[in-house]
Design a protein around this ligand. Structure first.
Ligand code: NAD
Length: 384
């Protein structure tokens, strides 16, 4: 069995996503499991280098992960020939500049979403990669969540009949930071630092809708900044300049109507932090991050409106849990493995920066819709 060692630059690895999802739950487990096996039998062994601005944080992360290659100078990592992949999980606003540097240094590119703050910039990065003959990809983790995989299987099996609508509920209460510490970084609430829930979440909804239900054709979106002041990481109050909730409706190819509420100002009384309800002529399903519940036509209750008596039907009783029919890995790790096999063995990887640019496009169009208080069409991005 031939082992292929591949240097991976992990920039922004000290952040929330970089540390938890990409380093500790993807790259480290891949190393510990002995690498990723390609279709041709070769085994890819990641050789990461941690890149960040703060040496102390990098050292702590090295102790935690057992990965001791590190630098505070991105250029040094880029200059090393064996570092073939550049990965970026920095704050969104920092991404374009450093991805450009990595492309100029001839590295294959993999990065977090949103790829950029504008579709023009995101598409430019894709074009640069294509012209330089570099492999490229964007994180589209929700596609590998067990709940979403279960939904996909139901669609493939024709469970729903004709799908008519998709309702997404995403969100939870993000504390303001005065009494209870905030669970998200403060830049998320500052427009000038590419924060905002529309840019953050519509990127996700684009690939979920495009891949599972049909291409997004038009959007109507209303954003809001419900909480005006929060407390930052240093305990200093700041004004929130970015949207913290988005109420968006999408028209899909084939006539499906999707509506997603995304909010950091909502309390959860549903199965999970993200739930997707899919209604079809033959059946419905509600998926969370891991679980999925179905109700077929034959099990559909027949409610009659009468507020004068207590509700006789327990609606939750009419749903069946989809069993675990497959093994599910961490969603980020699953995509990392596919990207590594794409780079080393040219195995298929359709989740390119072009797909990332489509996500940014939907977010931009959502913001345009909000500003104009109007429906906005989503033109197909054609790359030639
Ligand atoms: N795929 C997903 O589900 C998902 C979820 C959350 C966030 N994200 C994306 O991941 C990226 C990182 O988000 P996060 O929540 O980990 O953020 P974070 O603030 O926790 O981490 C940001 C990282 O960027 C680095 N950085 C570089 N320059 C910086 C600067 N000038 N100011 C602040 N940080 C700077 C930080 O050192 C840190 O490593 C964002 O683009 C975000 O949109 C993706």
């Amino acid at each position: 069995m031939k082992e292929v060692k591949i240097g991976i630059i992990l920039n922004g690895v000290t952040g929330r996503m970089g540390t938890n999802q990409h380093l500790m739950r993807s790259i480290v487990p891949i190393i510990r499991q002995g690498g990723v096996k390609c279709a041709d039998g070769r085994v890819i062994i990641p050789d990461p280098i941690l890149v960040g601005r703060d040496e102390e944080k990098l050292k702590k992360l090295a102790a935690l992960s057992g990965i001791f290659r590190m630098t505070t100078h991105l250029e040094r990592a880029l200059n090393e020939r064996d570092n073939l992949i550049y990965f970026d999980a920095q704050t969104t606003g920092k991404r374009v500049e450093d991805v450009r540097k990595a492309i100029a240094a001839g590295k294959h590119i993999y990065c977090e979403k949103p790829v950029a703050a504008s579709a023009v910039d995101a598409l430019e990065l894709y074009r640069l990669c294509r012209e330089a003959g570099l492999k490229n990809g964007v994180v589209q983790d929700k596609l590998w969540l067990p709940g979403m995989i279960k939904l996909k299987r139901l669609i493939q099996q024709g469970f729903f009949g004709e799908i008519v609508s998709v309702r997404g509920e995403f969100g939870y209460w993000v504390f303001e930071g005065d009494t209870i510490p905030a669970q998200r970084p403060s830049w998320n609430y500052r427009k000038e630092e590419e924060g905002g829930i529309i840019l953050d979440m519509l990127c996700h909804w684009r690939y979920v809708l495009d891949n599972l239900f049909g291409k997004v054709k038009a959007v109507s979106c209303l954003g809001a900044t419900h909480i005006k002041r929060r407390i930052d990481e240093k305990g200093i109050p700041y004004n929130c300049t970015a949207d913290d909730a988005a109420y968006a409706t999408f028209e899909l190819e084939g006539g499906i109507i999707a509506h997603f509420n995304s909010s950091w100002v909502v309390r959860v009384r549903r199965d999970d932090l993200l739930t997707l309800q899919v209604d079809g002529t033959k059946g419905s399903a509600v998926a969370g991050l891991r679980e999925c519940y179905t109700q077929s036509y034959g099990n559909t209750p027949r409610p009659v409106w009468n507020p004068d008596v207590p509700q006789p039907i327990n609606f939750f009783d009419g749903w069946l849990k989809v069993p675990e029919q497959e093994e599910y890995d961490n969603a980020f790790k699953a995509e990392w493995e596919l990207f590594l096999k794409h780079v080393v063995n040219d195995e298929p990887f359709p989740w390119t920066l072009l797909e990332g640019a489509k996500g940014v496009q939907l977010a931009e169009k959502g913001m345009e819709s909000w500003a104009k208080r109007a429906w906005v069409e989503i033109p197909e991005i054609i790359y030639t």
